[in-house]
Design a binder for this molecule. Structure first.
Ligand SMILES: [Cu+2]
Ligand SMILES: [Zn+2]
Length: 262
């Protein structure tokens, strides 16, 4: 679903280019007309408040009088046609989207629930951020970190949305509403908050994308936002994916509260 939202969203962002253009606004207010006329030196009608100006359907003549009406479509009408085509294309794309019950159409449907996380280390230094977006199959997590020591690091969602340095013990245990054992590879697991390991490269940066299928950004026991909230934590060591309850992940080196966005 995420690419879908990005697609529709980016398309929408392109729309205001024409929607806000001088041409569009100008024809609604008449200001563009005036500025264009005065700019071209045809000043005699520049202060007219009548709309549309008499010569808007034809080329302005040198004496400022209207010339022969043109057969070209009215500019406002063509803008409306453009808008209709845009809306029609939007709907067509929407109908073509597979597996989306409620696609996000700006101004029509609500955006998917999303959340943001700012990760800080024990010294309060910002070392990363994450974006979480509700999708049909779970919560898509996009995590970026910087300034960490290279290596493989465990990442979990913890059960309390509170990050008190330096130990971050305030975030509690792994988020585990179903009382499972720890570990993505544990037959009795995993915790809902168990995530894959993050690789931090030699420059101290790392990126992780993962869909957490056992959590949501809505309501209920599996919600990352309900109740006491949740926190995203990066550990010093890799998660072995099996050892209950922590995966032998070592100390907590960065923590960020999962905050509702938008
Ligand atoms: Cu953890
Ligand atoms: Zn766990």
């Amino acid at each position: 679903m995420l690419p879908v939202f990005l697609l529709v969203g980016s398309w929408f962002e392109s729309a205001p280019v024409w929607a806000r253009s001088e041409r569009w606004i100008g024809h609604r207010t008449g200001s563009s007309w005036r500025s264009r006329v005065s700019g071209s030196g045809v000043q005699s009608r520049a202060n007219s408040t009548a709309w549309p100006p008499a010569n808007s359907f034809g080329a302005a003549s040198s004496d400022g009088m209207a010339s022969t009406p043109s057969t070209a479509p009215h500019p406002l009408r063509s803008s409306v046609v453009t808008a209709s085509m845009w809306a029609g294309g939007m709907i067509a794309i929407t109908l073509a989207l597979p597996g989306c019950s409620m696609p996000y159409i700006p101004g029509v449907t609500s955006p998917p629930p999303s959340a943001g996380v700012t990760l800080r280390d024990a010294n309060g230094r910002e070392v990363g951020n994450a974006v979480l977006v509700q999708e049909d199959g779970g919560v898509r997590v996009l995590l970026d970190v910087k300034g960490l020591t290279p290596g493989t690091k465990a990442v979990h969602v913890h059960e309390v949305g509170r990050c008190d340095p330096p130990s971050f013990e305030s975030a509690g245990a792994h988020f585990n509403p179903t009382r499972a054992e720890h570990g993505l590879e544990n037959p009795r697991g995993p915790h809902a908050g168990d995530l894959p390991n993050l690789t931090v490269d030699a420059t101290g940066q790392g990126h992780l994308e993962f869909t957490a299928t056992r959590v949501n950004l809505k309501q209920g026991a599996a919600s990352l936002l309900d109740g006491s909230g949740t926190a995203l934590i990066v550990h010093e060591s890799p998660d072995d994916m099996r050892t209950d309850p922590t995966g032998n992940s070592g100390p907590r080196i960065a923590c960020g509260v999962v905050n509702r966005a938008g």
